[in-house]
Design a protein around this ligand. Structure first.
Ligand code: NDP
Ligand SMILES: C=C(/C=C/[C@@H](C)[C@H]1CC[C@H]2C3=CC=C4C[C@@H](O)CC[C@]4(C)[C@H]3CC[C@]12C)C(C)C
Length: 564
C-alpha cells in the first residue's frame, strides 16, 4: 500500500481520533489567528478605504478574464476553498476560473440610525454576531453556525428562528454590491435593479461576484427568555407551531426539536433583560464549554415545561458547539461530562477541518450512510413531512422552524410562488418551515440494508409534490429536468442574459449538481440494486455500460454536458 493510500485509510478509520487530536487544536489555533487579524485590522482602522482597492482588484481580474479569447474563458467562481465552505459538496472549482476574493472579510461600517451594517462578503456569522451584539444589535437573520459567511448566505439562502417574522436573509438585504461579467460594479437594490435583486438569492454566484452587502440589523436585549413547551402529539405540535408563527404578537424566536414522530419540544424566545432576583436565578449560559449540548438539554423538557434566560450570544450560537446533532456521530462521547470537562473548551470541530479531512471514503459515507438535508416546505405539509422523513430515514431529532416566504407572484425569483391556500390570511406572505434532518438513518444504525440515496430521491419527489425547496448547500440528486420543475428559472434566465452572466459564470444546476465522483458511486449503487448484492469493482465497470438506471443516465448527461 503506498503512503497516500495508507494515510487516507488511517484518516477514514480513525476519523474521530484525528478530529479530537488534531482537528480541535488546529481549529482553535485558526480561530485565534483570525481573531488577531480582525483586532489588528480594527486597530489599523482603514477597512473602508482598503475596500475600494480590493473591489478594483476584482474588477481588474474580471476585465482581464473578459479580454481573453472566448474559447479560452472558463466560467468564473470565487476562490473560496471547497473545504472551507458549508456545502456538503466538493465543487469542481479547478474546472472554473477562480477569482481571488479572499481579502473581502471585513465589517465596513454600521449605521445605527438606518439600522444597517455594511460588510464584505466573507465576513462570518461569528464575526458579525460579536461585533453587533457589543453595539446592542444583531443581524435580522442570524444563522446558528458561526462559520457561515454573509455573502454565502445572501447568494444562497439564510433562514433562522426569527424568520417567521422577517423571512429569509434575502428579505433583509438593503443592497448587494456586485461585479458583473463585464467588470462593472453595481449597487443592486430592490428599486435600482428589481430583476437582479430578486434573482440573486438562490443563484449561488452564477449571476455575478458579490463584493459588498448592506444588511438590516435589529436592536436586541442582553438575554433571550426561552420557554419550553412539550408536546406528546404530532397534530398538537404542528398546529401549535403554526399558531405561534402566525399570531400578531408571535414570539421573537421560534423552533421545535422533534424527538420522535409524536414527541417534540417547542422553544419560544423573547428578548429580555432579567432584573428581578427570580429572573436572575434562571440565567443559564448554555454556550459555556462544560454545559450539555443544547438539544440534549432541551430533551429534558419533554417531561414538563420550563423557562430560563439565555445570554443572547449563547442563544444565537446555541447549536454551534454540537453543530445541531452532527458532532455526536463524528465524536461519539463528545457530550459526556468527562469529555466536556477536559476537552469541551476546544469544541466544536471547525466545519472547515471536517471538510479538509474528508477522504473519498468519508465523502461516500456522507450520502450513502448519512443524511444532511434542510428542506423548506409549506406549513400545511408539516405533519406529512415529518411522517415522510420518519418512513424514509427514521432519524431523530428533527429540526423544525417556521419562515415567512413572501408572495410576489410568479417569476419573481427562483422560488415558485406559494399556493393561495398557504398564504397567511390578510398578509403578503405564506408560512413555510425548515425541516432539518441530519444523521445516520435508523435502518443503518440497526445494521439493516438501506439505500440512502434512493430514500433522498423519494424525499425530493415529496418536496416537489408539496411545492417545497431543498437548501442547495446539501447534496441534491435531481436530474436537470426535475430541478427545473422544482425551481422557477424564468427570471433567472432573463437576468443571466441581460447582465451577460451566460457563459461567464456556471449555470445554477451545474454549480450545485453532484460531483462526478458522487455519480460514479451512484452507478455502483444501481449495480447493487440490480443484483441484490454489491458487485465487485471489476464487474461494476462492465455493468455501468449496460445499466440504464437514473445514475448512469445522470452521469452520461453530465459527461455529455461537460464535453460541451
Ligand atoms: N439556516 C441556514 O440558512 C443555512 C444555510 N446554509 C447554507 O450555507 C451556505 C453558507 O455557507 P458558506 O460556506 O458561507 O457559503 P458558500 O461559500 O458555500 O457559498 C454559497 C454559494 O454562494 C456563492 N458565493 C459565496 N460568496 C460569493 C461571492 N462573494 N460572490 C459570488 N458568489 C458567492 C458560492 O459560490 P462559489 O462556490 O463561487 O464561492 C456558493 O455557490 C449557503 O449555501 C447556505 O444556504 C447551510 C445551513 C443552514
Ligand atoms: C444551520 C443549519 C444546518 C447546518 C448543518 C447541519 C450543515 C451545514 C453544512 C453541513 C456539512 C458540510 C460538510 C460536511 C463535510 C462532511 O465530510 C461531513 C459532514 C459535514 C460536516 C456537513 C455536516 C452538516 C452541516 C454542518 C440549519 C439550521 C439550516
Amino acid at each position: 500500500m503506498d503512503a497516500k493510500k495508507l494515510a487516507l485509510d488511517l484518516l477514514t478509520r480513525y476519523r474521530s481520533v484525528v478530529l479530537v487530536g488534531v482537528g480541535l487544536p488546529v481549529g482553535l489555533a485558526f480561530e485565534a489567528a483570525l481573531r488577531v487579524r480582525t483586532k489588528l485590522y480594527d486597530l489599523l482602522g482603514a477597512a473602508p478605504e482598503r475596500h475600494d482597492e480590493k473591489v478594483r482588484d476584482i474588477q481588474d481580474q474580471v476585465s482581464r478574464w473578459a479580454a481573453q479569447p472566448e474559447a479560452e474563458r472558463k466560467p468564473m467562481c470565487t476562490d473560496r476553498k471547497t473545504w472551507m465552505n458549508l456545502s456538503t459538496r466538493f465543487e469542481p472549482k479547478h474546472r472554473w476560473h477562480q477569482v481571488r476574493m479572499g481579502k473581502l472579510r471585513d465589517i465596513l461600517s454600521v449605521d445605527l440610525e438606518a439600522r444597517t451594517v455594511h460588510v464584505e462578503p466573507f465576513v462570518t456569522v461569528g464575526q458579525a454576531t460579536s461585533y453587533l451584539i457589543d453595539k446592542g444589535y444583531m443581524l435580522a437573520v442570524n444563522l446558528e453556525i458561526a462559520e457561515a459567511t454573509l455573502g454565502g448566505l445572501a447568494m444562497a439562502v439564510g433562514m433562522t428562528t426569527h424568520s417567521h417574522k422577517v423571512g429569509l436573509l434575502s428579505e433583509t438585504v438593503v443592497a448587494y454590491e456586485l461585479v458583473t461579467a463585464q467588470g462593472e460594479l453595481l449597487r443592486v437594490t430592490a428599486d435600482s435593479h428589481p430583476d437582479l435583486y430578486r434573482a440573486l438569492p438562490w443563484s449561488h454566484g452564477t449571476l455575478g461576484l458579490l463584493v459588498g452587502l448592506e444588511l438590516k440589523i435589529i436592536p436586541v436585549k442582553s438575554h433571550v427568555h426561552l420557554r419550553y413547551e412539550p408536546s406528546a402529539s404530532q397534530a398538537q405540535y404542528c398546529a401549535r407551531i403554526n399558531e405561534l408563527a402566525t399570531m400578531d404578537d408571535a414570539p421573537d424566536f421560534l423552533e421545535a426539536t422533534v424527538y420522535s414522530r409524536e414527541q417534540a419540544v417547542i422553544i419560544k424566545g423573547e428578548f429580555a433583560e432579567p432584573i428581578t432576583p427570580e429572573q436572575k436565578a434562571k440565567i443559564n449560559p448554555i454556550g459555556r464549554w462544560y454545559k450539555p449540548w443544547f438539544y440534549t438539554h432541551v430533551r429534558q423538557y419533554l417531561r414538563g415545561e420550563g423557562d430560563e434566560y439565555i445570554p443572547l450570544r449563547h442563544y444565537l450560537l446555541r447549536h454551534n458547539r454540537s453543530i445541531f446533532w452532527v458532532v455526536e456521530h463524528m465524536i461519539p462521547g463528545g457530550n459526556h461530562p468527562v469529555f466536556r470537562a477536559l476537552l469541551g473548551w476546544m469544541m466544536p470541530p471547525k466545519i472547515a477541518f471536517l471538510k479538509f479531512s474528508t477522504t473519498p471514503a468519508v465523502r461516500k459515507m456522507t450520502f450513502t450512510k448519512q443524511v444532511f438535508q434542510d428542506i423548506t416546505l409549506p406549513m400545511s405539509a408539516m405533519a406529512q413531512a415529518v411522517n415522510r422523513s420518519d418512513e424514509l430515514f427514521d432519524i431523530y431529532p428533527i429540526l423544525l422552524y417556521p419562515c415567512r416566504i413572501y408572495d410576489r407572484g410568479p417569476g419573481s425569483g427562483q422560488l415558485r410562488h406559494p399556493a393561495p391556500e398557504d398564504r397567511v390570511e390578510g398578509t403578503d406572505h405564506a408560512m413555510y418551515f425548515d425541516l432539518g434532518v441530519y444523521g445516520v438513518p435508523g435502518p443503518i444504525q440497526r445494521g439493516e440494508k438501506f439505500k440512502t440515496v434512493h430514500a433522498m430521491r423519494e424525499m425530493e419527489a415529496f418536496t416537489q409534490s408539496v411545492r417545497g425547496f431543498p437548501f442547495l448547500y446539501a447534496d441534491t440528486f435531481m436530474t436537470r429536468a426535475e430541478f427545473e420543475e422544482m425551481f422557477d428559472l424564468s427570471l433567472y434566465r432573463e437576468v443571466r442574459a441581460k447582465y451577460g452572466a451566460q457563459g461567464a459564470f456556471p449555470d445554477l444546476y451545474d454549480k450545485i449538481k453532484p460531483e462526478l465522483e458522487v455519480l460514479a458511486v451512484l452507478d455502483e449503487e444501481d449495480a447493487w440494486e440490480l443484483d441484490g448484492e454489491r458487485a465487485e469493482p471489476s464487474e461494476q465497470a462492465e455493468q455501468a455500460e449496460v445499466i440504464e438506471g437514473p445514475w448512469s443516465r445522470l452521469a452520461k448527461l453530465r459527461h455529455q454536458h461537460d464535453a460541451g
